[in-house]
Design a protein around this ligand. Structure first.
Ligand code: G4P
Length: 533
């Protein structure tokens, strides 16, 4: 289906996430990107169907009370003919698998770095996930309106710490109290404030180069000298932008900016429009590769969120479309369950609103309300029996035994945990010995959410106890070896929610020891969520 400019609509989609360490400025940048998008609604794609305001639930209350976003969401906006789908990843220090999985649904990411702090732990973790998937990264060095590290030092750090080629696109013109703006040396533009130095971005001025009077007449000599040196060293010492290398995830373009003062926002959006990839192909079972230009609709669930009314246990499955043109009311095959579902009330997500989605294209994310049928990793098709592959489940870093206050409620507790596991919030392990389930999470915050939700939605109060294990690995081996392992290490063997065997380890030493003892066994840190077609 051709769009206005003769291109298929999916080619104008840019689906991306922002990754950063808490406090680097992700929220501020997100807001500024949305503002720059002006209208937050994709014209012609949606039709407002009255105000579908949802009741606030306990679930949202947790988010509110803690002033964090526990769950990721999607923000769509349109600017200069490009539809941007920004998938939010929780910015809290303590994050969950949601964050990782959200990255399976994007085609590019902006990495925000605080100019004073450089690469921090969470940025690095999230970066590694992007690298695993070869997601192209755009680097935004934020807060240059404050005293920060030297631009060259930051570039070197990104290059060395992340083993990436860096290609500076803009340079700071001074920092902190000497901040004059941003110089775009490729386009020869000077982004600056009006009047007083260090003010918010007000205008972009074309300049002939670094000798231009527009620069030399306003910027202190010493800052000009430094800028000239940076640009010269930058031209020699860093990579020229190469799109292929960027798309393969080997090179990152770097923008210096200030989200707070509006520097760098337009440049990053223009860059994404010009160079970030439109929706990519998606691998699926049976060696199949789903191409965005295919006629038939396919999509996969990368996240499930409990919806707003805990009593009804309704859920929103976030579906990333991979191919075809989705139309409201379509019947899609839920491949795992081998059932047709009529998608009659799909939702588009805007900053603060939800609207019914009448039409959606590859790269778009629609919310599909359901009562728990749809799980993370599920595939929807127009009939084909395939499953999208590549969605990881991660080895938990925190394991706890579940303690139930009222033993009469075992059934409800198990149902609740099973549901939450299917949502992807928590992993459950059923020990080979003993009846108390063990839960595993990647971040401690998830444990609080499990307690709150079991209480609110399943009327069940639980607590957690320490266990002697601190990590788990999925076991892959033949049944004979598995049997031998079970005999030797019965206490440490459990089954996950899909009855896949797992080894619970006490510490890193034990991982090494057992791995050596059983050379025919593969111990996996991640398990790909793949349902048999
Ligand atoms: P996060 O989502 O990555 O956690 O960061 P967030 O945007 O909340 O920003 C963290 C703090 O950094 C905020 O200050 C914010 O105002 C500030 N900030 C973000 N971008 C810039 C920038 O470009 N320049 C400067 N100077 N500051 C920036 P705060 O004091 O924690 O909050 P607030 O009270 O100012 O809102």
């Amino acid at each position: 289906m051709a769009g206005l400019n003769g291109k298929a609509p999916y080619q104008s989609r840019r689906t991306f996430a922002i990754i950063s360490h808490p406090d680097a400025g992700k929220t501020t940048l997100t807001e500024k990107l949305l503002l720059s998008g002006g209208a937050i609604r994709a014209a012609g794609q949606v039709r407002a169907r009255g105000e579908r305001r949802r009741a606030r639930s306990d679930w949202m209350k947790i988010e509110q009370e803690r002033g964090i976003s526990v769950s990721s969401s999607v923000m769509t906006f349109e600017r200069k003919g490009i539809v941007y789908n920004l998938l939010d990843t929780p910015g809290h220090e303590d994050f969950s698998e949601d964050t990782y999985r959200t990255l399976t649904a994007v085609d590019a990411a902006i990495m925000v770095i605080d100019a004073a702090k450089g690469i921090e732990t969470q940025t690095r973790k999230l970066f590694e996930v992007c690298r695993l998937r070869d997601i192209p990264i755009i680097t935004f060095v934020n807060k240059i309106d404050r005293e920060g590290r030297h631009a060259l030092e930051i570039l070197d750090e990104v290059q060395e710490a992340l083993a990436l080629d860096v290609s500076p696109q803009t340079w700071p013109v001074g920092m902190g109290s000497d901040f004059f703006g941003v110089y775009d040396w490729q386009q020869k533009k000077f982004h600056t404030s009006e009047g007083e130095r260090g003010g918010a971005y007000a205008e972009t001025r074309d300049v002939s180069g670094l000798e231009d009077e527009i620069l030399t007449a306003t910027v202190f000599d010493r800052i000009m000298d430094e800028l000239t040196e940076n640009v010269e060293l930058g031209a020699e010492g860093y990579a020229e932008f190469d799109r292929e290398s960027f798309l393969e995830g080997h090179l990152t373009p770097v923008f210096f900016g200030s989200a707070l003062r509006d520097y760098g926002i337009e440049e990053v959006l223009d860059f994404i429009a010009a160079f970030a990839p439109p929706p990519h192909s998606q691998p699926a079972t049976g060696g199949r590769t789903i191409m965005p230009e295919e006629d038939k609709v396919t999509g996969f669930v990368f996240k499930v969120q409990a919806n707003m009314d805990p009593k009804h246990r309704d859920r929103i499955a976030f579906v990333r479309l991979c191919s075809g043109t989705f139309k409201r009311g379509m019947k899609l095959k839920h491949v795992r369950a081998n059932k047709q579902i009529a998608v009659s009330a799909p939702i588009f997500f805007f900053a603060e609103e939800r609207e019914i989605a009448d039409l959606a294209y590859p790269g778009d994310v629609i919310g599909v309300p359901n009562h728990g049928q749809l799980r993370v990793g599920d595939t929807l098709t127009e009939g084909e029996n395939i499953h999208v592959t590549g969605l990881p489940a991660f080895a938990p870093e925190i394991l706890r035994r579940v303690r139930l206050s009222d033993t009469m409620r075992v059934k409800q507790m198990r149902q609740g945990l099973q549901d939450l596991a299917e949502e992807g919030l928590v992993q459950i392990f059923k020990p080979d010995l003993g009846s108390n389930w063990i839960v595993g999470v990647v971040g401690a915050l998830q444990l609080d959410v499990v307690v709150d939700r079991l209480k609110a939605e399943y009327g069940t109060e639980i607590g957690f106890e320490a266990v002697p294990y601190n990590t788990a690995r999925w076991i892959e081996t033949d049944s004979q070896t598995l049997q031998k392992m079970i005999e030797a290490h019965r206490m440490s063997i459990a089954n996950d929610r899909d009855d896949k065997p797992v080894f619970l380890f006490k510490n890193a030493w034990e991982v090494g020891h057992v791995t050596e003892k059983f050379p025919d066994v593969t111990f996996r840190e991640t398990r790909e969520i793949v349902y048999e077609a």
